[in-house]
Design a protein around this ligand. Structure first.
Ligand SMILES: C[S@@+](CC[C@H](N)C(=O)[O-])C[C@H]1O[C@@H](n2cnc3c(N)ncnc32)[C@H](O)[C@@H]1O
Length: 285
């Protein structure tokens, strides 16, 4: 008898690596079906992603993401969480995009729960001092990223106490919002992958085993791989075929807990390659 919190829509919509546009694929998902979304969108900082130009006018960029957040809101369960990772922009061309994004999300009805400082400890590499040892024009070098956390409609996420896997020690450590975690050194063929340690904390802190965890700008699949390893269902969306292939391999090799046998991923590439993949991608492929 399936546990009620693990009941998933049929045909199988989750446990997939999907190539497609984030908004269009989200739009094709059933309402109130995702418990936790964790993502790091392109930051509009001219990063060299495959097949995507990360250099849009700022207003156009925000309008585009607003559409994605609106669609996500429909897809989250009541109390579902949305974790948004945003890096500070460059020093010279500074724009407070984390403020812009949190203002937009709150205007769309999300409850803002908190912000976590992901301290990347990257000061060793710094070169841009501005005016060295002078107040004339010194620079602060961002050695951190923001992890902004939102909820849909209510603060609490109902779930079975038997599906909790965080230890007391972990809970104590993670609930201090300053997270010293080094950036991912193995690039896995991507310019900006998440470190697995960051995602492990978020998945354990904000979801139960058996929940559905989504990343709609999933890159090389860090969220999907960690979610499967921790006994959560997953959906990874990215517009790049190359990144989706990497995400598929990574998630396929992530071993789920023995008592939460989360399935191996299905890979949906564009153009649709089979009857199963078509419904997800038809929305906008
Ligand atoms: C900051 S990266 C995410 C990296 C990811 N967190 C990881 O661990 O590998 C943003 C990703 O968004 C993807 N992307 C850009 N536009 C997209 C769109 N319209 N729909 C889906 N993905 C898109 C890019 O290909 C890139 O992989």
């Amino acid at each position: 008898m399936p546990r009620p919190w693990a009941r998933l829509p049929e045909p199988r919509v989750f446990d997939r690596i999907v190539q497609g546009d984030a908004n269009r694929v989200l739009d094709s998902l059933p309402g109130e079906s995702v418990h936790l979304a964790i993502t790091s969108p392109p930051y509009n900082l001219r990063r060299p992603y495959r097949g995507y130009s990360d250099d849009r006018p700022h207003t156009e960029y925000l309008v585009w993401l607003r559409g994605v957040w609106r669609t996500l809101h429909r897809v989250l369960v009541p109390g579902g969480r949305f974790v948004l990772n945003v890096a500070p922009t460059s020093i010279k061309d500074f724009r407070p995009i984390h403020h812009d994004l949190s203002t937009d999300l709150r205007a769309l009805g999300y409850i803002m729960r908190t912000e976590i400082i992901w301290y990347k400890q990257t000061m060793g590499r710094r070169t841009a001092w501005g005016s060295w040892r002078s107040p004339s024009n010194p620079h602060i070098v961002p050695s951190w990223e923001y992890v902004l956390v939102f909820s849909k409609g209510q603060w609490n996420l109902p779930g079975d106490p038997g599906a909790i896997d965080i230890t007391a020690k972990e809970f104590e450590t993670f609930s201090d919002g300053f997270w010293p975690i080094p950036p991912e050194r193995r690039r896995n063929g991507h310019p900006a992958p998440f470190p697995e340690a960051l995602i492990e904390r978020l998945v354990k802190f904000y979801s139960y085993r058996g929940n559905v965890v989504l990343d709609m700008f999933g890159g090389t699949g860090t969220v999907a791989a960690v979610a499967r390893r921790l006994g959560r269902h997953y959906l990874n969306i990215d517009s790049s075929e190359e990144y989706c292939r990497l995400a598929f391999e990574r998630t396929r090799h992530a071993t789920p807990p023995r008592d939460w046998p989360i399935p191996s991923p299905v890979l949906d590439l564009l153009p649709a390659t089979g009857p199963d993949s078509a419904p997800l991608l038809r929305g906008g492929a």
